[in-house]
Design a protein around this ligand. Structure first.
Ligand code: ADP
Ligand code: MG
Length: 246
């Protein structure tokens, strides 16, 4: 089985405080993997490391079998890894369609294949992505005019348009009402088919419905990895995280 993302003995210190205490994690290609755990467990810190925003204190990270430890975010992006739902990747002064067209074009510039510079090809690809994220009817709107939920959908679309095969989503439904969150999760499920997904999400019902496997991070350590059924039945997880009394 091919491994899309592999973490080996990852530690992270901030000054004298140890946040991650030896994280090992293997995520298979095409798998939807959820990372759950209490606030402050180190989930976002781990995402920052995987996405190349910060460096681990020790340990190795491999993407599709290639060691990428220490590689910066823009180079990881070229290798197909995207951390989505950071609104920073949206150009607010451009229309929704032009944002997607830029992402399509940007992902192909490295190959300098002429056919990607034909606008009909770029437009067709942008149309496909806009349809996938349900923003076709907002194509001509400026990105600034989008609602928060629409902006996050666009951000997911930009990662897809850029050709990402491994997506990291950190609390993609944060700040949404229940209806928006349900739509966003449905969108994530549809658009990530065949891709590798690592997601942090607080809605346990959503996590258990979406994930192939779940890992539980508590105080910088993964205390369990398994299928939703295995995690739901795990006595230590139930006691430490799901709030069950033994
Ligand atoms: N840049 C930083 N400097 C110092 N401490 C940090 C920094 N970033 C996060 N932390 C600390 O690391 C711990 C884990 O944070 P975080 O990874 O955001 O947790 P989670 O996403 O699981 O809620 C917290 O105690 C937080 O205060
Ligand atoms: Mg967090």
């Amino acid at each position: 089985m091919n491994i899309a993302l592999e973490l080996k003995h990852i530690t992270k210190h901030f000054d004298t405080t140890q946040i991650l205490r030896g994280v090992d994690l293997s995520i298979r290609q095409g798998e939807r993997h959820a990372l759950i755990g209490p606030n402050g467990a180190g989930k976002s810190t781990l995402f920052d490391l995987i996405a190349g925003r910060t460096q681990p204190t020790s340990g190795r990270i491999a993407l599709n079998g290639v060691d990428v430890t220490g590689m910066r975010a823009h180079r990881l992006g070229r290798k197909g890894l995207a951390r989505s739902f950071q609104n920073t990747s949206v150009f607010t002064g451009l229309t929704v369609r032009d944002n997607v067209r830029c992402a399509v074009l940007g992902s192909r510039v490295a190959t300098w294949k002429d056919r990607w510079f034909r606008s009909s090809v770029i437009d067709a690809e942008a149309h496909r992505v806009l349809a996938a994220i349900s923003l076709l009817d907002r194509s001509d709107a400026l990105a600034t005019s989008l609602s928060y939920a629409e902006l996050r959908a666009l951000d997911l679309g930009l990662a897809l348009a850029a050709g990402a095969s491994v997506l990291l989503l950190d609390e993609p439904t944060a700040g949404m009402n229940r209806a928006e969150a349900a739509r966003a999760l449905a969108l994530i499920r549809e658009t990530t088919q065949g891709k590798t997904l690592l997601i942090v999400e607080h809605d346990m019902e959503a996590v258990f419905a979406l994930a192939d496997r779940i890992s539980v991070l508590v105080q910088g350590r993964i205390i369990a990895t398994g299928t939703p059924a295995e995690i739901a039945a795990h006595p230590v997880v139930r006691a430490a995280y799901l709030g069950a009394t033994p």
